[in-house]
Design a protein around this ligand. Structure first.
Ligand SMILES: *Cc1c(COP(=O)(O)O)cnc(C)c1O
Length: 381
């Protein structure tokens, strides 16, 4: 079956008791067992629950994995991966990194003696230079944030295999509708399912997907021991959102392309970062790795100072000034003070995130309305 069909049917068996086409939400935290010392499929909802399991089945299938785990947030999922490691171990991560992942790696993992090096993963020589005997994990993002850098996933797989590292891919910005890193040989795919998978800004969920059942067991052990799974209502909303993932993604990507082209021709815009534009350094690679679509995220700079930048951010009406992304509502954000505020200012400059950068998440509204809204905001400067 094709992706869109699986998004609707896998993990969504009709309820055998009532025939309900939508499986019920199981709120139970504990489950009656068949006998003393005998265990049913579920015992306690931290360890597993029917609603969560249904949606894990869907997510694993769409990412071409064998198993998925759902967490209370994307950060809880990423944290679970880092808990596979111990003092002295070393992680190499992309420099074009989600702000919260930066904070986790530099302000939490460092407390337990795990060391981190950030590199430009689009440069193989930087990757090689960062390698240490203690390196255990390479962590990349399918589309980097907020500069939209595109790592060569197959090259990262080859590097990880050669040096016996795990390769983890934060696939949030692409979603499995555009890219499935496990098919290319990645070990772990992570999602902030809060974003495209949920798609409606109403459920906070994280996901880890694996193809190797042994690795799944190790991650499940950590999840169960730490108690970081998501609740049944969130799992349900996620499963509901996923049914329209592909169609939302296609339409939003189409609109994003139109907006990127419009902005790149706009006299008040000096720079547009969108992988769909031929001017983007990762364009060809993105075309190949993202199946001919380029995502719905872009960054741009306007002709003016920081005040002009802030004026544009607060002058849009349809694009809401808010963090997050990937939902049906379009959003505008200022990475330096919002998603990447947890970076030290020097680290932010080193990562190429200027105070003049504006980030857009293109939603499902009509493209003409969105373009008119941006034009109206740009006319304020
Ligand atoms: C939002 C986001 C996260 C964190 O996920 P939460 O669900 O907010 O905890 C991680 N990576 C990327 C790329 C994100 O956009």
């Amino acid at each position: 079956m094709k992706f869109r069909t699986r998004a609707i049917h896998v993990g969504n068996e009709p309820d055998p008791q009532t025939g309900a086409v939508v499986p019920p939400i199981y709120l139970a935290t504990t489950f009656i067992q068949p006998g003393v010392g005998e265990w049913g499929e579920f015992d306690y909802s931290r360890s597993g629950s029917p609603t969560r399991k249904n949606v894990e089945t869907t997510v694993a299938d769409l990412e071409s994995g064998s198993n998925a785990l759902l967490f209370a947030s994307g950060m809880a999922a990423t944290h679970c991966v880092t808990m596979l490691f111990k003092a002295g171990d070393h992680i190499i991560a992309t420099r074009d990194l989600y702000g919260g992942s930066y904070r986790l790696l530099h302000k939490i993992c460092d407390r337990s003696g795990i060391e981190v090096t950030l590199v430009d993963v689009t440069k193989p020589e930087e990757l090689a230079a960062a390698l240490r005997p203690q390196t255990k994990l390479l962590w990349i993002e399918t589309i980097g944030n907020p500069l939209m850098s595109i790592p060569n996933i197959r090259q990262c797989v080859a590097f990880a295999r050669e040096h016996k590292l795990l390769l983890g891919v934060d696939n949030t910005f692409a979603s499995p509708a555009l890219c499935r890193p496990l098919e290319m040989g990645a070990d772990i795919v992570m999602h902030s399912a809060t974003k495209y998978l949920g798609g409606h800004s109403d459920c906070l969920v994280g996901a880890l997907i694996t193809a190797d059942p042994e690795l799944h067991k190790r991650l499940y052990f950590v999840q169960n021991a730490c108690g970081s799974a998501c609740g049944p209502l969130e799992a349900y909303l996620l499963g509901r959102g996923i049914k329209t993932l592909e169609i939302r993604m296609r339409e939003q990507c189409r609109t994003a392309m139109q907006i990127a082209e419009h902005l790149s021709r706009h006299p008040k815009v000096t720079r547009v970062l969108y992988p769909g534009l031929k001017s983007h350094p990762g364009h060809d690679l993105a075309y190949e790795q993202l199946g001919g679509l380029f995502g719905t995220m872009m960054s741009f700079e306007v002709d003016g100072d920081t005040n002009a930048t802030k004026m544009v951010c607060k002058s849009t009406n349809l694009f809401g000034l808010a963090v997050s992304l990937g939902a049906v509502e379009s959003l505008i954000a200022h990475p330096a003070t919002m998603s990447h505020a947890s970076y030290a200012p020097e680290a932010r400059a080193a990562a190429g995130i200027s105070d003049r950068l504006i980030r857009l998440s293109v939603g499902l509204e009509d493209p003409e309305d969105l373009i008119a809204d941006l034009d109206q905001a740009l006319s304020q400067i």
